[in-house]
Structure formats: C-alpha cells, structure tokens
Design a protein around this ligand. Structure first.
Ligand SMILES: [Zn+2]
Length: 178
C-alpha cells in the first residue's frame, strides 16, 4: 500500500456499509483482511468489523460526533504491519440522511528495525501485553511504549487490545460537545 492510496467507506444512518471505494481490496488484503474485501462487506454493520469492545465504542463515539458536526473529524491512527509503522489518518464526514463518509489515508510508512508480529490470543494470559488499537503502543511497566522500542523475548507478542488514555483524550478534543 503506497502513501497515495486512499480508501473510502460510506455508511448509512445505521452504520451499515453501503459503499466502498479507492484501493479497498488491496488495503484489506494487505491487512490480512481477506474476509473484509469489498464484495463481502456491503450491507454489513461497519462496527462489526472492528475488534475489541473499547475500540468499537470509541469509533461509535467518533461516528456520533461526526454526525453532530458540520466539519469533518480527522483522527490520526496507526495501522502497523509486521514490517512497518503505518501512520494513517481517518476523516469522518457527515453526509445527508445521517450517512457517513469515511476516508483512510496513509501519511507515512516507516520500516521497523525488526519485524513484529502480534497475536490477540493463544498464549497464557499472564504474558499478554495491552496494546492500543489506535496508536499501536504497548503498555509495559505502567508506561506506553512504541512497539519498536519494546524489548520483547520473542514474536509473536500476545496482546489484548484497548484504547489508551492519550487516544481517548484526542478523540474527546476532536469531537463537538454532545
Ligand atoms: Zn493510543
């Protein structure tokens, strides 16, 4: 996926996916998203493709906020691959009839010094690290660290996903008051 690729996703008022565009299939496949290729997501609930309750509820807030706003909500996030940091941006724009247009854009791709693989389950729970699904940082010893700076014994690294306080605060700042 190059920096010029943009991916669009159009939602109806109930957050059902009614259109996708741009480099959608290439984006989905590059993210192990074989199950979310364009032909298979149309008509489905957008939030059902988001894993993790905390991430789902944050995105739900973003969608609600964007519907109250005349200006688009622009949210930075990370979607790292095992080999690269991918710094991305999501633009959430209200459309007529309470629809939403989502646009995803790659801002910057930075190769990782060592490939990092993550798994959401499969290892004993005590060894799991908490990972923010929005900025991709890892919580270790009470502090948030860039994945590339965490000294891990081996990959894949077992993680459970949530949203860190910084990302929560960012979203609160971006959204119009309820
Ligand atoms: Zn975060």
């Amino acid at each position: 996926m190059s920096a010029s690729d943009e991916v669009y996703c159009r939602l109806d008022k109930r957050n059902r996916i009614v259109g996708v565009g741009g480099a959608w299939d290439r984006f989905a496949l590059a993210n192990d998203g074989g199950a979310v290729t364009a032909a298979r997501v149309l008509g489905t609930d957008f939030l059902s493709h988001v894993s993790g309750e905390a991430t789902r509820s944050l995105l739900d807030r973003v969608l609600r906020g964007a519907r109250r706003s005349s200006a688009p909500v622009v949210l930075p996030f990370r979607c790292d691959s095992p080999e690269c940091e991918r710094h991305m941006e999501m633009t959430v724009q209200a459309e007529p009839a309470s629809g939403i247009l989502l646009a995803y854009r790659v801002l910057r791709v930075v190769p990782l010094p060592v490939p990092l693989r993550f798994v959401g389950s499969g290892l004993p729970r005590g060894r799991m690290l908490f990972r923010c699904s929005t900025c991709n940082r890892l919580l270790r010893d009470g502090r948030w660290h860039e994945p590339s700076s965490v000294d891990v014994p081996a990959t894949p690294i077992a993680v459970s996903y949530g949203v860190c306080h910084d990302c929560r605060d960012t979203v609160e700042r971006l959204l119009p008051a309820a």
